[in-house]
Design a protein around this ligand. Structure first.
Ligand code: UD1
Length: 446
């Protein structure tokens, strides 16, 4: 297991190119099950989650190969398997996106229930209701969802749950409906750019879809879909994380290869904290202007501020000159980062779905533990801005969703290195380091 060692307090300065979007790539890869011939995806980030889904697709008879030009070639070589095993699905909930394509294309999908995770209970009831509305026979046996249908039938499906529309539920329903007989209307559908991207991919392989980017999507089922080449959108969460890190640590960063329209609410919030933001056609530049102004942030479904940036905003606002309120209305329990940020000297108190953040002039480095993907990103943001050294342990969470984050941060001046956790965490390893250092001082060979 690795950890990240960060020497904080250095401003970030330079230009970074955005990676492709993880949350767009995953449902698109799963939807490739629908196509009769090969699909070629450009811009798929090289991440643990992408590799986990590639492994799962392999078990489902779908060959996934990354070529030297960084494109991903996806082709069904055996359309018979229908089971997505617990061991892979528990590693990554997005595996559940295979269920809709499996039942639509192969007549049967058997996918493990994903279970809970660190950011809340995360049910899949809306996914199942959507597939049932399309005529799938759904039952749960031994922890697996079994969905079967000779051919799905178009329907009206409401994708709103108590916390707004479901993103991957919309992906499952939209993908499944492409091969259903007749028209499907999704109401209360997710409007996230990643859903628009999935829709555009499905259109590229032959689907008929209207209303992408609105909460009402219409899909006219077709008989078959065939492969195509497709470019995945850039990752707005990665961009947001790097911008927030710069606002916290100081300096000026430019992120290239982005779609600024996906970041409107995020940029507005960053400007409210006092950062200077300038937009180019495919790029954004942020210049930090000193201590952030207190700002209230509420994570909402798109076009609101994404819940996937809530923890990073909390790290930034820990340094604000006053009190901020941060609420998460998408995942009201997503506050795992609070205790660790407080260990770095932040003053944050949680009250239900809201955290009150009383800004402090500076954070001070410590060893902290990452609990989930975006909480780890928040700890990196905090570590970059903190005095002295911060060690972020359990950094494998970060590898699920950020492509070469340390390398990108180093390229803009951060001092951040990855090392095996044994060296950072265990007192024995520290003792060995001290002995080795003492030996070097005395000129003793080791
Ligand atoms: C996706 C993203 C994740 C992001 C989240 C919200 C991917 C791979 N993951 O996750 O990074 O944080 O959207 O933007 O794209 N809910 C139900 N019933 C359901 C499904 C969801 O009540 O059947 C609830 C959830 O508990 C949550 C809310 O709806 O409170 C939104 O969840 P959802 O949009 O489904 O999140 P994911 O699609 O899992």
């Amino acid at each position: 297991m690795d950890c990240l060692r960060i020497a904080g307090g250095l401003p970030l300065q330079g230009v970074v190119t955005a990676s492709g979007s993880k949350n767009a790539a995953l449902p698109i890869m799963a939807a490739s099950i629908l196509a009769d011939s090969a699909t070629v995806l450009a811009g798929v980030p090289d991440l643990v989650d992408v590799n986990t889904l590639a492994l799962l697709l392999g078990y489902l008879g779908v060959e996934v190969k990354r070529h030297a030009d960084k494109t991903l070639h996806i082709e069904t070589v055996d359309p018979r398997p229908t089971k997505a095993d617990y061991d892979l699905v528990r590693r990554m909930r997005a595996s559940f996106c295979a269920l809709g394509p499996l039942v639509a294309r192969r007549g049967r999908g058997v996918v493990s229930l994903p279970g809970g995770c660190n950011i809340g209970t995360r049910p899949v009831d809306l996914h199942l209701a959507a597939l049932a509305a399309l005529g799938a026979d759904i039952r749960i046996e031994g922890g697996y969802v079994i969905a079967e249908a000779r051919r799905l039938q178009g329907a009206r499906i409401d994708l709103r749950g108590p916390y707004g529309p479901t993103v991957t539920g919309t992906a499952n329903a939209m993908s499944a409906a492409t091969l259903a007989r007749g028209r499907t209307t999704l109401v209360g559908a997710a409007r996230e750019p990643e859903i628009v991207d999935l829709g555009n991919f499905l259109i590229a392989i032959g689907a008929k879809i209207d209303g992408l980017g609105t909460d009402a999507i219409e899909i006219d089922g077709v008989e078959r879909l065939s492969g195509a080449s497709y470019q995945v959108i850039p990752d707005r969460i990665e961009t947001g994380t790097l911008l927030i890190a710069t606002a916290a640590a100081g300096g000026e960063i430019t992120i290239e290869g982005i779609d600024p329209s996906h970041l409107t609410a995020v940029l507005e919030a960053l400007q409210a904290t006092g950062a200077l933001v300038t937009l180019g056609p495919r790029q954004v530049t942020l210049r930090a202007t000193g201590r952030p102004r207190p700002t209230n942030v509420t994570a909402l479904p798109y076009p609101g501020i994404p819940t996937d940036l809530q923890a990073q905003f909390m790290a930034l606002l820990s340094l604000a000159d006053g009190e901020s309120q941060i609420s998460d209305l998408v995942f009201p329990d997503r506050f795992m980062q609070v205790a660790e940020l407080n260990r770095l000297g932040a003053r944050i108190e949680r009250h239900g779905a809201t955290a009150i953040v009383t800004g402090v002039p500076r954070l001070s480095g410590a060893t902290v533990m990452a609990s989930d993907l975006r909480a780890s990103a928040a700890l990196v943001v905090a570590g970059l801005s903190a005095e002295r050294e911060t060690i972020v342990r359990r950094v494998y969470h970060l590898d699920r969703g950020y492509e070469q984050l340390e390398r990108k941060l180093r390229s803009v001046g951060a001092q951040i290195v990855r090392e095996p956790d044994a060296q950072a965490g265990s007192p024995h390893a520290a003792a060995h380091r001290n002995i080795a250092a003492a030996a070097r001082l005395q000129g003793v060979p080791r």
